[in-house]
Design a protein around this ligand. Structure first.
Ligand code: UD1
Length: 340
């Protein structure tokens, strides 16, 4: 089995990608420092896949630690780099922490990969690099905009570091995947999103409200220029997103060029408003959700959704699961958290 190192493999997207890799015949090797995840996630992966895998606790800014992982495992074919801090608001308060963590870990990883002759890399980027685009849907050639937050800026800078490394002729084949809004959970409800404290993101806030943990959802603005006035995003099921990573690894394995980089959007190609998400959730849960319309959240954009053609033409991948399926899975996952 080909070994793929997943940094941040105990996190939301990383853990689902570990499952998708197993399902496609790869052997994930997981690294995580548990800064925003829990060790129980590893048990969930093991239960779903019924297979053993290696896990190393440590930080990707630590070169000795990463060297140790590569030496212990031998023959790691490629890396999917998720490990990063991801809270937009927190990044505004702690910019140095975000720049250090997200950028230093990538630089350290690239150096270690170079030393260890490991040349395949999938990098976890975000549609945040487009800001509020002038034209929708967003294609990969849509111009990038000034980042709204240090978090967003780290994604843009990391993409450029990878592109410059490839331009220098390094033996590196890399794809920056620009995710839209990942939601849902594994259908087994054994793994899912585990927000620390009060969730910033829409879906965990909705499921926690429905579970009685929050009084009501605040809808951030209903005065946008959208059909119902609420903001529009491209919500993608996390298992679809996970499978996009497997397709990217398989594509990079076949790529003949030895120095190669590209960027690919990972979205469904459809936008949904906050009100549409609430309605879909009410249908899935069979209950009314308590919500209130509030002011816009600072830094939020009005509308973004992907043109998903490139992922299909280059990777042969497209999203298969519906928003309702994602909400159903997220709701079932929330149910298991309640009973724990
Ligand atoms: C943001 C980031 C994205 C990042 C992601 C994960 C931007 C433009 N996007 O996505 O890069 O990867 O977080 O942290 O910075 N909403 C409410 N009430 C809530 C929560 C959210 O109405 O309590 C609304 C938001 O205003 C937005 C939508 O729901 O319209 C989705 O919000 P959220 O889940 O936070 O994701 P983004 O802000 O799109």
């Amino acid at each position: 089995m080909k070994k793929i190192l997943i940094t941040g493999g105990a996190g939301f997207i990383g853990s689902h990608t570990a499952v998708a890799l197993f399902e496609s015949g790869y052997l994930p090797v997981i690294v995580d420092n548990f800064s925003n995840s829990e060790a129980t996630v590893l048990k969930g992966i093991q239960k779903i896949c019924d297979k053993e895998f290696s896990f190393y606790e440590g930080d990707c800014t630590d070169a000795d630690f990463l060297q140790h992982v590569f030496k212990s495992e031998e023959n790691i074919e490629g890396v999917i780099h998720f490990a990063a801090s991801k809270a937009v608001g927190e990044s505004v308060e702690k910019p140095l922490e975000y720049y250090y963590n997200n950028i230093q870990s990538l630089i350290t990883l690239l150096n270690v990969m170079n030393d260890q002759r490991c040349s395949l890399l999938v990098f976890s980027s975000s549609c945040t690099v487009y800001g509020q685009p002038d034209k929708l849907p967003v294609t990969e050639v849509t111009p990038k905009k000034q980042a709204e937050s240090p978090y967003g800026n780290t994604k843009r800078i990391c993409e450029e570091i990878i592109e410059d490394t490839v331009k220098s002729g390094a033996l590196l084949k890399a794809i920056n995947l620009r995710y839209f809004n990942p939601v849902g959970a594994h259908p087994s409800a054994l793994i899912g999103e585990l927000p620390l404290g009060v969730p910033n993101n829409l879906i965990p806030f909705i499921t926690q409200t429905a579970a009685g943990m929050r009084e009501k959802l605040m809808v951030f603005g209903d005065d946008y220029s959208t059909p119902d006035g609420t903001a529009i995003r491209d919500y993608i099921h996390v298992m679809d997103l996970a499978e996009a990573h497997v397709a990217t690894i398989a594509f990079l394995e076949k790529t003949a060029e030895t120095s190669y980089s590209d960027v690919i959007n990972v979205g469904t190609g459809h936008g949904n408003s906050v009100m549409e998400v609430i309605q879909a959730f009410e249908e899935v849960s069979g209950d009314k959700l308590s919500y209130q319309i509030g002011p816009r959240r600072s830094g939020d954009i009005e509308m973004v959704y992907a043109n998903a053609d490139k992922s299909q033409s280059v990777l042969g991948w497209k999203a298969k699961r519906s928003l309702k399926e994602a909400l159903d899975d997220a709701w079932r996952w929330q149910g298991t958290l309640k009973s724990k």
